[in-house]
Design a protein around this ligand. Structure first.
Ligand code: M6R
Length: 373
């Protein structure tokens, strides 16, 4: 049942290329430069008229929402607010009929996320669910659904559902861009090309598995970890930290790299592993700027004797010259780098947890889906 893998989590990490292929299948056309969502109850005119999106979610799905914010703001030029479902539902959120409320939930059964969906419907909003379980409550109740075809996810720690959610959000962003005219067919075509190249790049990212298993020897006794990233990779830093804490019980925190000076720098000493998520898109001015800034953060961590593990684009010699360890991922656009950059973080958490003798698939105190509050 685990297909030769020791744990479901490892199997699911390795299923990511397939999960992404399935999530894209039938939804993109290179010839036409278009994406196709499954039919929804939301009229075309309303798709064009949205002025804002709100995305309530929990846990890893909330991290996907933060990635989605960057994607949708960049590609469809619509403002996006991300909220914890448990905060959204107990507030008095500002919503109107031109707000699209998108819930993201692997299981489609998370109590707070369902409550957020119902609250949005009750207030007259159009709702949309990105969900991995056909027939789940979220999939049945939302006005529109985009199913991630990741297949059943057994491990409590979410992996393949997360990368599939990001790809689904990318499709949603392209769809909104198409409807609103912010993206031409030629532009959509370029994005579709990059999406279709992802599965093979994920396979390449997974080839680091053995090297990361080796690296985990060096770090599995650490008591704390810091994860840093910028832009679309800031939520990846948060996700890397969540993976590590939930399965290895090591305290870990994620921060935007630019926040270090505002407090977290005080934590750095020669015992602290700092994972820096810093892919670069060569030739993209804003991406290069973020990269340069993160590179100087790396130097600051080093100056304080922190132990840097850098996730970098293959061929990057600058970061490689400074970090204690580097894990390369294939080159892609910065927007899609999040999908590749999370893979080494999943593997690092996994191998550390295994070395610590933890119950990887069933971590203490956690349930796969939080259907009660
Ligand atoms: O099924 P959902 O996506 O709604 O679940 C949300 C969270 O409970 C879930 O992502 C949780 O954080 C995972 N254990 C993270 O690995």
């Amino acid at each position: 049942e685990k297909g030769g893998f020791k744990h479901f989590m490892l199997k699911e990490i390795h299923e990511q290329p397939h999960a992404i292929r399935e999530t894209l299948a039938g939804r993109v056309s290179l010839d036409e430069g278009r994406v196709y969502l499954d039919p929804t109850d939301i009229p075309d005119a309303d798709w064009q008229a949205f002025t804002r999106l709100v995305i309530p979610a929990c846990g890893t799905s909330w991290h996907a929402a933060l990635v989605g914010k960057v994607l949708i703001e960049e590609l469809a030029r619509l403002p996006v607010e991300v909220d914890y479902a448990s905060e959204f539902r107990y507030r008095n959120p500002l919503l109107d009929e031109r707000t699209l409320v998108v819930v993201i939930t692997q299981s489609g059964e998370t109590a707070d996320t369902l409550a957020a969906l119902r609250e949005a419907k009750q207030r007259g909003c159009h709702t949309f669910a990105i969900c991995n379980v056909p027939g789940s409550m979220a999939a049945r109740e939302a006005h529109g659904v985009l199913l991630t075809h990741a297949g059943p996810e057994i491990s409590v720690a979410s992996t393949k559902a997360f990368t599939s959610q990001i790809v689904a959000l990318y499709l949603l962003a392209l769809h909104l861009g198409q409807c609103r005219g912010t993206l031409s067919p030629t532009a959509v075509m370029k994005h579709v090309e990059q999406l279709l190249a992802l599965p093979v790049k994920l396979e390449a990212a997974l080839e680091q598995d053995a090297a990361i298993a080796e690296l985990s020897r060096e770090f599995f006794r650490a008591s704390d970890f810091l994860y840093l990233g910028r832009g679309v990779n800031f939520p990846i830093a948060l996700e890397g930290a969540l993976k590590l804490k939930e399965i290895s019980y090591i305290h870990a925190e994620g921060f935007p790299a630019g926040e270090m000076k505002h407090g977290p720098n005080a934590l750095i000493d020669e015992r602290l592993p700092v994972v820096m998520v810093m892919p670069r898109e060569v030739g993209h001015a804003a991406s290069e700027l973020r990269y340069e800034k993160t590179l100087s953060n790396l130097q600051e961590v080093k100056a304080r004797d922190g132990r840097v593990i850098a996730i970098v684009t293959e061929g990057d010699t600058e970061a490689a010259g400074l970090a204690e360890y580097v894990i390369p991922i294939p080159a892609t656009s910065e927007l899609l780098s999040a999908v590749l950059a999370v893979v080494p973080l999943q593997l690092l958490a996994y191998h550390i947890a295994v070395r610590r003798g933890c119950d990887v698939d069933q971590p203490r105190n956690l349930a796969k889906s939080v259907t009660v509050e």
